[in-house]
Design a protein around this ligand. Structure first.
Ligand SMILES: CCCCC/C=C/C(=O)SCCNC(=O)CCNC(=O)[C@H](O)C(C)(C)COP(=O)(O)OP(=O)(O)OC[C@H]1O[C@@H](n2cnc3c(N)ncnc32)[C@H](O)[C@@H]1OP(=O)(O)O
Ligand SMILES: NC(=O)C1=CN([C@@H]2O[C@H](COP(=O)(O)OP(=O)(O)OC[C@H]3O[C@@H](n4cnc5c(N)ncnc54)[C@H](OP(=O)(O)O)[C@@H]3O)[C@@H](O)[C@H]2O)C=CC1
Length: 256
């Protein structure tokens, strides 16, 4: 899609980069010349991904739970010791579980809000203060979800992702004096490792609910994410781009 070295010399952090959308996004940045650090909770998964991704360029990893401030501070330390600077942050780590709203326990609600809203905030603020604000340059892409009509069947993640959608707009304005662009990508249903946790009865017939009659791919998400991070999108900030085959406008994500 781009010239081969469009991200040459750029340093990129991808949270949740050991699997699925994050892995493919990390691979795209490497193929376009960037150096990439993938971060998530499970070291074994990160080591496997790093071994594969090193075929495409310099890939580092750091064990990090985005819900733990100390863990995110260690991530910032790692970036500092490796590179001393950072150009692009992809806030991709996240997840949830399907449940009717009335069945979500307090602990489950808090787990999902912590993962998707608070975790994204900790990583954004800590890395912006460590790198983007003092550098007066930076680029943040938040991977959220299709919350255009709420998220029936996963109300907790709908609330958390809507929070990140709104945060994207606030930060785009507040951090514009530092030349930091902040955007979000809202994927619909993407064929990735993340879908494996959903039971067949939820997955069955899902593509019929999508106007384009197919699920998205991790490459679709990575293509949009790398575009938004590139100089080709230098006048785009505070935007959430839906990538859902039209599903936000028609059809069900979940039957209630
Ligand atoms: C139709 C498809 C639409 C698809 C659109 C979106 C797709 C995707 O996003 S795919 C990517 C998804 N990937 C994941 O979701 C994987 C990561 N998910 C998680 O790690 C969990 O969902 C998490 C957010 C809950 C992780 O938090 P953690 O603190 O590690 O979780 P615990 O296992 O300790 O659980 C805490 C608490 O949460 C409740 N809970 C967790 N799982 C479920 C479940 N499957 N069903 C119901 N409730 C659940 C529960 O209350 C847990 O506490 P306990 O009651 O003490 O177990
Ligand atoms: N696939 C889809 O249809 C859709 C996905 N999304 C979102 O896109 C993102 C990527 O999903 P996808 O690739 O499909 O699924 P995956 O489950 O493969 O990816 C989620 C990644 O996040 C990491 N992660 C989860 N919680 C934490 C945490 N607390 N700290 C650090 N890392 C964490 C996981 O790694 P580890 O286990 O090592 O921590 C994993 O690599 C997620 O935010 C997901 O919710 C949104 C809409 C649709």
């Amino acid at each position: 899609m781009f010239q081969k070295d469009i991200f040459k010399g750029q340093k990129v952090v991808v949270t949740g980069g050991g699997s699925g959308i994050g892995y493919t996004t990390a691979k795209h940045f490497l193929q376009y010349g960037a150096e990439v650090l993938i971060a998530s909770r499970k070291e074994e998964k990160l080591i496997k991904a790093q071994t594969e991704l090193q075929e495409f360029g310099v890939c580092e990893y750091q064990v990090c739970d985005i819900r733990e401030v100390e863990s995110v501070e260690l991530l910032a330390e790692k970036v500092k010791s490796l590179w001393g600077s950072l150009d692009i942050l992809i806030n991709n780590a996240g997840g949830q579980f399907p449940s009717r709203a009335e069945d979500i326990k307090i602990k489950g609600w808090n787990a999902v809000i912590n993962n998707n809203l608070n975790g994204t905030w900790y990583v954004s603020q800590i890395l912006a203060k460590a790198f983007f604000i003092p550098q007066k340059s930076g680029n943040i892409i938040n991977i959220i979800a299709n919350v255009f009509r709420g998220f029936p069947g996963m109300a907790h993640t709908g609330a958390a992702r809507a929070g990140v959608d709104n945060l994207t707009k606030s930060l785009a304005v507040e951090w514009s004096p530092y030349q930091i662009r902040v955007n979000a990508v809202a994927p619909g249903i993407i064929k990735s490792t993340g879908l494996e946790q959903y039971p067949d009865e939820i997955l069955k017939g899902l593509s019929d609910q999508i106007p384009l009659k197919t699920l998205g791919s991790t490459e679709d998400v990575a293509n949009l994410t790398t575009f938004l991070a590139s100089p080709m999108a230098k006048f785009i900030t505070g935007e959430t781009v839906y990538l859902d085959g039209g599903q936000r406008l028609w059809g069900d994500v979940f039957k209630v």
